[in-house]
Design a protein around this ligand. Sequence first.
Ligand code: UVW
Length: 314
Amino acid sequence: GDPLDRRGRVVRRPAPAGNWGRWGAEDERGALNLIEPEGVRTAAHEVRTGRTYSLALPIARGNQPAFDFRGSPQRLTLVSQTDAMYDGFEGGGDVGSNEDVLIIPSHNLTHMDALCHVQAKGRFYNGFPADTFRSHTGAGRCGIDKLGAFATRAVLLDLPRHFDTPYLEGGYRITAADLAGCAERQGVEVRSGDALLVRTGYLDEYRAIEASGREPSFAQPGLSLDAVDYVRAREISVVGADNSAIECIPFDDRFLSVHIALLVESGVPLLEHLWLTDLAEGMAQAGTYSCLLCVSPLPVTGATGSPINPVAIV
Ligand code: UVW
């Protein structure tokens, strides 16, 4: 447990770096606190063409870019229009209804990581002890329900376009200089409270490999620890990417090092498996790399993450 001070109050151990304590000892929203109402009003002015892009992959059974242990999403039919139960209702003979049950692993396909998703040295974001997470009740602290829905200005950095390649190579470590160079080339300014969307081309490569019948590689391009400095220095509220874990695989330095730096130390939630290719094309045509982004995780009490269908409006 936590050490106590002389008055019996809990003393949280200091974070190695980052945002612990910045929004108060009880805060569970982390860098989403950087999204101010004024910033949301400004973000609404980012809408130029009025075109709307869903950043979600289809939720379907079958081969998906996900770690095997997470399994495949299941859409199970609960009631079908042909079921006999309708015969008992007046007028039920020629009326029927259909209903599903959805079983979706919360870290499969397009999803948002809650701040309780990863712990390091027994601590979640803001120093909450890892034993506040229990198998039966889930997260006592920093569950996805504590993050809530948000809207903010988002900047897309299209790295394959910047490097003139269809996709970055598996294992490529994206650096702060890569992000800064790409933003400069695209002529886009990154501001405090923005969502940062990083396109690596990984999902495009995954689709091409799947279509060819080859086995996708475990290695993925993604953020390195060096790129975390870029995120922190610009006060970014949330990071999203078109890969499985935001960070490069094999991991930089140690297992989940970028998750630890962003989720645990900085309280920056992560959006993963975003489909960014259509948005990138739309933005290139519109001549802008900033937009309004709306994200709403399911408010599942104590959950470690949630499927999302983020909406970008250019
Ligand atoms: C891990 O990378 C462990 O999880 P996620 O893909 O949800 O971030």
